[in-house]
Design a protein around this ligand. Structure first.
Ligand code: UDP
Length: 244
């Protein structure tokens, strides 16, 4: 497998350094160095909602700016990059995570799976082991009271990739805390990716993804997300005011 990935240069959007990628597979490859070792750090998906939250909440922006790889998981972000003359495609977080898991299976990297319901977490473990032979060294659902206990488990597991599927901003806050105590690993915030992977939540049909209407599909399937989706309107408002 070719693990040498020529990186495009980063671009600054709303004071955040975004790493453009041209496709999911090479984005996933970029987490490994040429000798097949995982690069430690913190990967975060950036969409319009996160840009708005960063604008409104400096503490959240501070968390996001500690990431080592911020990738464009949203057409508005891709569009902002292209306005600045940068190539780059949308890298859906759930696809990047699955591609990374496939590579983790090949390299036998130690993976810790945190997040989602107990059932979805368990189904995700089984499917990852069956499909990609992923070496899962620990797992826990995303519902717990004692962060310290989970951080201890992660540390003991000696995980090289820690996947955190707890939604934003919870997952970024957890990653920041865990990273302080256990820094030498790759953290990736993956939101609802496990739910999609085990078919608990359906993704929009391909034709809707192609015309960039995945957000509309999600809204119809999960109407409770309306307040989050309204951030798209705020994004447009902020853009018109020249904030991005
Ligand atoms: N979740 C969790 N712990 C929590 C809240 C949510 O593990 O305290 C999980 C939830 O079960 C789901 C995921 O986080 O699997 C939420 O995904 P969402 O679609 O909201 O994430 P997004 O990608 O939109 O940030």
């Amino acid at each position: 497998m070719n693990t040498t990935v020529k990186q495009l240069s980063k671009i600054t959007l709303a004071d955040l350094a975004i790493q453009p990628f041209l496709e999911v597979n090479s984005a996933a490859d970029s987490f490994y160095n040429t000798s097949g070792k995982i690069k430690t750090g913190f990967a975060v998906a950036i969409n319009a909602e996160k840009l708005v939250t960063c604008y409104q909440d400096p503490a959240y922006k501070q968390l996001i700016s500690t990431s080592t790889v911020a990738f464009a998981d949203g057409i508005p972000v891709v569009w902002l990059m292209s306005r600045k003359g940068k190539a780059g495609k949308r890298i859906p977080g759930c696809e990047l995570w699955e591609s990374l898991m496939q590579k983790a299976g090949v390299h036998q990297s130690f993976v810790y799976l945190l997040g989602a319901s107990e059932r979805v977490n368990a189904l995700t473990q089984i499917k990852l082991q069956q499909q990609y032979h992923v070496n899962i060294v620990g797992a826990h659902s995303g519902y717990f009271d004692d962060n310290g206990l989970i951080i201890e488990q992660i540390t003991k597991s000696r995980a090289q990739i820690v996947c955190v599927a707890m939604g934003s901003p919870k997952q970024e806050k957890f990653i920041a805390e865990c990273r302080e105590k256990y820094p030498n690993t790759l953290y990736i915030g993956v939101g609802g990716s496990y739910d999609v992977f085990v078919d608990e939540v359906k993704r929009a049909p391909r034709w809707m993804q192609r015309i960039h209407l995945e957000w509309l599909f999600r809204l119809v399937v999960q109407p409770t997300r309306i307040s989050r989706q309204l951030r798209l309107l705020q994004f447009i408002g902020l853009f018109i005011r020249g904030k991005f």
